[in-house]
Write a protein that binds this ligand. Structure first.
Ligand SMILES: Cc1cc2nc3c(=O)[nH]c(=O)nc-3n(C[C@H](O)[C@H](O)[C@H](O)COP(=O)(O)O)c2cc1C
Length: 290
Protein backbone atom coordinates (compact mmCIF):
# COMPACT_ATOMS: atom_id res chain seq x y z
CA UNK A 1 0.00 0.00 0.00
CA UNK A 2 1.05 3.55 -0.63
CA UNK A 3 2.92 4.66 2.50
CA UNK A 4 1.86 8.29 1.98
CA UNK A 5 -1.79 7.25 2.23
CA UNK A 6 -1.22 5.41 5.52
CA UNK A 7 0.65 8.45 6.78
CA UNK A 8 -2.24 10.80 5.93
CA UNK A 9 -4.74 8.41 7.54
CA UNK A 10 -2.72 8.40 10.76
CA UNK A 11 -2.11 12.15 10.77
CA UNK A 12 -5.86 12.80 10.55
CA UNK A 13 -5.97 13.46 14.28
CA UNK A 14 -8.62 15.44 16.07
CA UNK A 15 -6.48 18.34 17.16
CA UNK A 16 -8.14 20.99 19.26
CA UNK A 17 -5.33 23.52 19.65
CA UNK A 18 -4.34 25.72 16.76
CA UNK A 19 -1.64 28.35 16.28
CA UNK A 20 -3.00 31.89 16.43
CA UNK A 21 -2.57 34.45 13.67
CA UNK A 22 -2.13 32.08 10.71
CA UNK A 23 -3.97 32.03 7.41
CA UNK A 24 -4.31 29.70 4.43
CA UNK A 25 -4.92 30.43 0.79
CA UNK A 26 -8.21 29.63 -0.87
CA UNK A 27 -6.57 27.21 -3.32
CA UNK A 28 -5.82 24.86 -0.41
CA UNK A 29 -9.38 25.21 0.89
CA UNK A 30 -10.73 24.47 -2.57
CA UNK A 31 -8.63 21.29 -2.78
CA UNK A 32 -9.97 20.26 0.62
CA UNK A 33 -13.60 20.72 -0.41
CA UNK A 34 -12.91 19.03 -3.74
CA UNK A 35 -11.89 15.93 -1.79
CA UNK A 36 -15.25 16.12 0.03
CA UNK A 37 -17.02 16.38 -3.32
CA UNK A 38 -15.44 13.07 -4.36
CA UNK A 39 -16.90 11.18 -1.40
CA UNK A 40 -19.22 8.29 -2.19
CA UNK A 41 -22.95 8.78 -1.54
CA UNK A 42 -25.99 6.53 -1.76
CA UNK A 43 -27.42 6.56 -5.33
CA UNK A 44 -24.76 9.21 -6.05
CA UNK A 45 -27.17 11.85 -4.73
CA UNK A 46 -24.35 13.97 -3.25
CA UNK A 47 -26.63 15.06 -0.43
CA UNK A 48 -24.02 17.48 0.90
CA UNK A 49 -22.98 21.11 0.49
CA UNK A 50 -19.85 22.66 1.94
CA UNK A 51 -19.77 26.14 3.45
CA UNK A 52 -16.21 27.37 3.92
CA UNK A 53 -15.96 30.16 6.46
CA UNK A 54 -12.66 32.01 6.06
CA UNK A 55 -13.63 35.60 6.94
CA UNK A 56 -12.56 36.41 10.51
CA UNK A 57 -15.87 38.12 11.42
CA UNK A 58 -17.94 35.16 10.23
CA UNK A 59 -15.52 32.70 11.87
CA UNK A 60 -15.98 34.54 15.18
CA UNK A 61 -19.76 34.39 14.82
CA UNK A 62 -19.63 30.63 14.11
CA UNK A 63 -17.32 30.24 17.11
CA UNK A 64 -19.91 32.01 19.29
CA UNK A 65 -22.56 29.51 18.15
CA UNK A 66 -20.31 26.62 19.19
CA UNK A 67 -19.43 28.22 22.54
CA UNK A 68 -23.15 28.32 23.31
CA UNK A 69 -23.51 24.74 22.05
CA UNK A 70 -20.67 23.64 24.36
CA UNK A 71 -22.34 25.34 27.32
CA UNK A 72 -25.59 23.47 26.57
CA UNK A 73 -23.60 20.21 26.66
CA UNK A 74 -22.25 21.13 30.09
CA UNK A 75 -25.73 22.03 31.31
CA UNK A 76 -27.80 19.30 29.70
CA UNK A 77 -25.57 16.38 28.68
CA UNK A 78 -23.86 15.88 31.99
CA UNK A 79 -20.80 13.69 32.14
CA UNK A 80 -19.81 13.95 28.48
CA UNK A 81 -16.10 14.85 28.43
CA UNK A 82 -16.23 17.70 25.90
CA UNK A 83 -13.35 20.17 25.64
CA UNK A 84 -13.70 23.97 25.61
CA UNK A 85 -14.37 25.25 22.11
CA UNK A 86 -12.54 28.57 22.48
CA UNK A 87 -9.79 27.09 20.26
CA UNK A 88 -12.11 27.77 17.31
CA UNK A 89 -10.98 31.40 17.43
CA UNK A 90 -7.60 30.29 16.02
CA UNK A 91 -8.87 28.38 13.00
CA UNK A 92 -7.78 29.46 9.53
CA UNK A 93 -11.14 28.29 8.22
CA UNK A 94 -14.18 26.29 9.24
CA UNK A 95 -15.84 23.90 6.79
CA UNK A 96 -19.48 23.08 7.49
CA UNK A 97 -20.80 19.98 5.78
CA UNK A 98 -24.55 20.38 5.28
CA UNK A 99 -26.84 17.41 4.81
CA UNK A 100 -29.86 17.82 2.50
CA UNK A 101 -32.45 15.23 3.58
CA UNK A 102 -34.66 15.52 0.48
CA UNK A 103 -32.29 13.21 -1.36
CA UNK A 104 -33.30 10.30 0.86
CA UNK A 105 -36.23 9.88 -1.52
CA UNK A 106 -33.76 8.48 -4.05
CA UNK A 107 -32.77 5.58 -1.82
CA UNK A 108 -34.74 2.29 -1.92
CA UNK A 109 -38.37 3.02 -0.93
CA UNK A 110 -40.86 0.47 0.43
CA UNK A 111 -43.73 -0.26 -1.93
CA UNK A 112 -46.04 -1.36 0.92
CA UNK A 113 -46.31 -0.54 4.66
CA UNK A 114 -45.02 -4.03 5.52
CA UNK A 115 -41.64 -3.10 4.10
CA UNK A 116 -41.28 0.32 5.72
CA UNK A 117 -39.12 -0.97 8.52
CA UNK A 118 -36.81 -2.74 6.13
CA UNK A 119 -36.11 0.34 4.03
CA UNK A 120 -36.86 3.58 5.89
CA UNK A 121 -34.38 3.04 8.75
CA UNK A 122 -31.77 2.16 6.23
CA UNK A 123 -32.49 5.31 4.23
CA UNK A 124 -31.45 7.35 7.24
CA UNK A 125 -28.31 5.22 7.60
CA UNK A 126 -27.42 5.71 3.93
CA UNK A 127 -27.94 9.47 4.29
CA UNK A 128 -25.80 9.81 7.41
CA UNK A 129 -23.09 7.48 6.12
CA UNK A 130 -22.84 9.54 2.93
CA UNK A 131 -22.32 12.66 5.03
CA UNK A 132 -19.76 10.86 7.18
CA UNK A 133 -17.82 9.90 4.07
CA UNK A 134 -17.80 13.55 2.95
CA UNK A 135 -16.57 14.80 6.33
CA UNK A 136 -13.92 12.09 6.41
CA UNK A 137 -12.64 13.04 2.96
CA UNK A 138 -12.45 16.67 4.07
CA UNK A 139 -10.46 15.73 7.17
CA UNK A 140 -8.08 13.52 5.18
CA UNK A 141 -7.49 16.29 2.66
CA UNK A 142 -6.79 18.71 5.53
CA UNK A 143 -4.11 16.31 6.80
CA UNK A 144 -2.67 15.94 3.29
CA UNK A 145 -2.30 19.75 3.12
CA UNK A 146 -0.17 19.70 6.29
CA UNK A 147 -2.96 21.26 8.31
CA UNK A 148 -5.04 19.74 11.05
CA UNK A 149 -8.70 19.68 12.05
CA UNK A 150 -11.37 18.39 14.36
CA UNK A 151 -14.84 17.01 13.66
CA UNK A 152 -17.69 18.72 15.49
CA UNK A 153 -21.11 17.13 15.45
CA UNK A 154 -22.95 19.83 17.43
CA UNK A 155 -24.45 21.31 14.24
CA UNK A 156 -26.66 18.22 14.08
CA UNK A 157 -28.39 19.40 17.26
CA UNK A 158 -31.57 21.36 16.54
CA UNK A 159 -30.87 24.58 18.44
CA UNK A 160 -27.31 24.82 17.18
CA UNK A 161 -28.39 24.12 13.61
CA UNK A 162 -31.05 26.83 13.78
CA UNK A 163 -28.46 29.37 14.92
CA UNK A 164 -26.07 28.29 12.18
CA UNK A 165 -28.74 28.45 9.48
CA UNK A 166 -29.76 31.95 10.63
CA UNK A 167 -26.13 33.05 10.49
CA UNK A 168 -25.06 31.37 7.27
CA UNK A 169 -28.33 31.60 5.35
CA UNK A 170 -29.05 27.96 4.50
CA UNK A 171 -32.57 26.51 4.91
CA UNK A 172 -33.05 25.29 8.48
CA UNK A 173 -34.31 21.93 7.29
CA UNK A 174 -30.81 21.21 6.11
CA UNK A 175 -28.38 20.40 8.89
CA UNK A 176 -24.71 21.04 9.53
CA UNK A 177 -24.00 17.45 10.52
CA UNK A 178 -20.26 17.95 10.36
CA UNK A 179 -18.25 21.05 11.23
CA UNK A 180 -14.53 20.89 10.57
CA UNK A 181 -12.40 23.64 12.11
CA UNK A 182 -9.06 23.79 10.33
CA UNK A 183 -5.77 25.19 11.60
CA UNK A 184 -2.08 24.76 12.15
CA UNK A 185 -1.43 22.47 15.11
CA UNK A 186 0.34 23.94 18.15
CA UNK A 187 1.47 20.51 19.20
CA UNK A 188 2.84 17.52 17.37
CA UNK A 189 0.15 15.20 16.13
CA UNK A 190 0.30 12.31 18.50
CA UNK A 191 -1.28 8.95 18.25
CA UNK A 192 -4.71 8.28 19.72
CA UNK A 193 -6.08 5.10 21.28
CA UNK A 194 -7.14 2.44 18.82
CA UNK A 195 -8.29 -1.10 19.55
CA UNK A 196 -5.67 -3.71 18.64
CA UNK A 197 -6.06 -4.72 15.00
CA UNK A 198 -6.45 -8.39 15.98
CA UNK A 199 -9.47 -7.41 18.12
CA UNK A 200 -11.51 -5.74 15.41
CA UNK A 201 -10.40 -7.69 12.33
CA UNK A 202 -12.48 -10.85 11.72
CA UNK A 203 -11.50 -13.19 8.89
CA UNK A 204 -14.39 -14.63 6.88
CA UNK A 205 -16.77 -14.88 9.84
CA UNK A 206 -17.41 -13.05 13.10
CA UNK A 207 -15.19 -14.42 15.88
CA UNK A 208 -17.26 -14.35 19.12
CA UNK A 209 -14.07 -14.23 21.22
CA UNK A 210 -13.52 -10.74 19.80
CA UNK A 211 -16.99 -9.64 20.92
CA UNK A 212 -17.08 -6.83 23.51
CA UNK A 213 -19.50 -7.67 26.28
CA UNK A 214 -22.26 -5.28 27.44
CA UNK A 215 -20.35 -4.66 30.66
CA UNK A 216 -17.31 -3.57 28.66
CA UNK A 217 -19.37 -0.88 26.92
CA UNK A 218 -20.67 0.19 30.35
CA UNK A 219 -17.13 0.42 31.71
CA UNK A 220 -15.93 2.48 28.74
CA UNK A 221 -18.87 4.88 29.05
CA UNK A 222 -18.70 5.27 32.80
CA UNK A 223 -14.95 5.25 33.46
CA UNK A 224 -12.62 5.12 30.49
CA UNK A 225 -14.04 7.45 27.84
CA UNK A 226 -12.23 10.73 28.61
CA UNK A 227 -8.84 9.01 28.65
CA UNK A 228 -9.50 7.03 25.48
CA UNK A 229 -10.62 10.25 23.77
CA UNK A 230 -7.84 12.60 24.69
CA UNK A 231 -4.67 10.72 25.66
CA UNK A 232 -1.80 10.61 23.17
CA UNK A 233 -1.18 6.86 23.12
CA UNK A 234 -2.28 4.38 20.52
CA UNK A 235 -2.29 1.57 23.08
CA UNK A 236 -3.77 1.63 26.56
CA UNK A 237 -0.89 -0.71 27.50
CA UNK A 238 1.35 2.39 27.33
CA UNK A 239 -0.63 4.31 29.95
CA UNK A 240 1.53 4.84 33.08
CA UNK A 241 -1.56 4.31 35.26
CA UNK A 242 -2.75 1.33 33.22
CA UNK A 243 -3.46 -0.88 36.25
CA UNK A 244 -5.45 1.82 38.03
CA UNK A 245 -7.50 2.85 34.99
CA UNK A 246 -8.15 -0.59 33.49
CA UNK A 247 -8.29 -2.86 36.54
CA UNK A 248 -10.01 -6.14 35.65
CA UNK A 249 -10.69 -4.84 32.14
CA UNK A 250 -7.03 -4.77 31.08
CA UNK A 251 -7.09 -7.82 28.80
CA UNK A 252 -10.42 -6.86 27.28
CA UNK A 253 -9.04 -3.51 26.11
CA UNK A 254 -5.43 -4.41 25.30
CA UNK A 255 -5.57 -7.99 24.04
CA UNK A 256 -6.98 -9.66 20.93
CA UNK A 257 -9.86 -11.48 22.64
CA UNK A 258 -12.07 -9.50 25.04
CA UNK A 259 -14.48 -12.41 25.38
CA UNK A 260 -12.66 -15.70 26.02
CA UNK A 261 -15.13 -18.56 25.70
CA UNK A 262 -17.04 -16.64 23.07
CA UNK A 263 -20.57 -16.55 24.49
CA UNK A 264 -22.71 -13.80 22.96
CA UNK A 265 -25.46 -11.77 24.68
CA UNK A 266 -28.98 -10.83 23.58
CA UNK A 267 -29.64 -7.21 22.58
CA UNK A 268 -29.99 -4.84 25.54
CA UNK A 269 -31.22 -1.28 26.03
CA UNK A 270 -28.25 1.06 25.60
CA UNK A 271 -30.34 4.17 24.97
CA UNK A 272 -28.90 5.70 28.14
CA UNK A 273 -25.97 5.07 30.48
CA UNK A 274 -26.56 2.02 32.64
CA UNK A 275 -24.03 1.93 35.45
CA UNK A 276 -22.27 4.15 37.97
CA UNK A 277 -18.62 4.92 37.32
CA UNK A 278 -16.32 7.89 37.37
CA UNK A 279 -18.29 9.85 34.76
CA UNK A 280 -21.66 8.71 36.06
CA UNK A 281 -20.81 9.91 39.55
CA UNK A 282 -19.99 13.33 38.13
CA UNK A 283 -23.31 13.32 36.30
CA UNK A 284 -25.09 12.41 39.52
CA UNK A 285 -23.29 15.09 41.57
CA UNK A 286 -24.18 17.78 39.06
CA UNK A 287 -27.78 16.58 38.90
CA UNK A 288 -27.93 16.80 42.68
CA UNK A 289 -26.52 20.34 42.61
CA UNK A 290 -28.99 21.64 40.03
C1 LIG B 1 -19.43 11.40 13.98
C2 LIG B 1 -18.36 12.06 14.84
C3 LIG B 1 -18.72 13.08 15.68
C4 LIG B 1 -17.75 13.73 16.47
N1 LIG B 1 -18.11 14.83 17.22
C5 LIG B 1 -17.15 15.50 17.87
C6 LIG B 1 -17.47 16.72 18.55
O1 LIG B 1 -18.63 17.18 18.54
N2 LIG B 1 -16.49 17.39 19.19
C7 LIG B 1 -15.19 16.93 19.18
O2 LIG B 1 -14.33 17.59 19.78
N3 LIG B 1 -14.85 15.79 18.55
C8 LIG B 1 -15.79 15.08 17.89
N4 LIG B 1 -15.45 13.94 17.20
C9 LIG B 1 -14.05 13.49 17.21
C10 LIG B 1 -13.84 12.23 18.07
O3 LIG B 1 -13.87 12.55 19.44
C11 LIG B 1 -12.47 11.63 17.68
O4 LIG B 1 -12.52 11.28 16.32
C12 LIG B 1 -12.13 10.40 18.49
O5 LIG B 1 -11.99 10.72 19.86
C13 LIG B 1 -10.83 9.75 18.00
O6 LIG B 1 -9.78 10.69 17.97
P1 LIG B 1 -8.99 11.02 16.62
O7 LIG B 1 -9.96 11.70 15.68
O8 LIG B 1 -7.87 11.94 17.02
O9 LIG B 1 -8.50 9.74 16.05
C14 LIG B 1 -16.40 13.28 16.43
C15 LIG B 1 -16.06 12.22 15.57
C16 LIG B 1 -17.02 11.63 14.77
C17 LIG B 1 -16.60 10.53 13.83
Amino acid sequence: MNADFQDVVRRRRSVRRFEAGRSVDRAALQRIVDAGRWAPSGANVQCFDFIVVDEPAMRDAVTEVFLRQAQRLVDHAKGFPAVKKSYLANTVAIVLVLGDPRWKVCFPQPTSPDWEREYLDNNQAIFLCSLGAAVQNVQLAVAAEGLTSAWLSGGGEEITNRELSDLLGYPDWMRAYGTVPIGYPTEEEHRRYRRPLAQCLHWNRYNPEQYRRHAQVDFYESSLRPFAMYRHHEEMAAWPDRAEKLGDWDTAFTGPNPNPGGSLEPAADFSKPRVAGQATKRRQTRADES
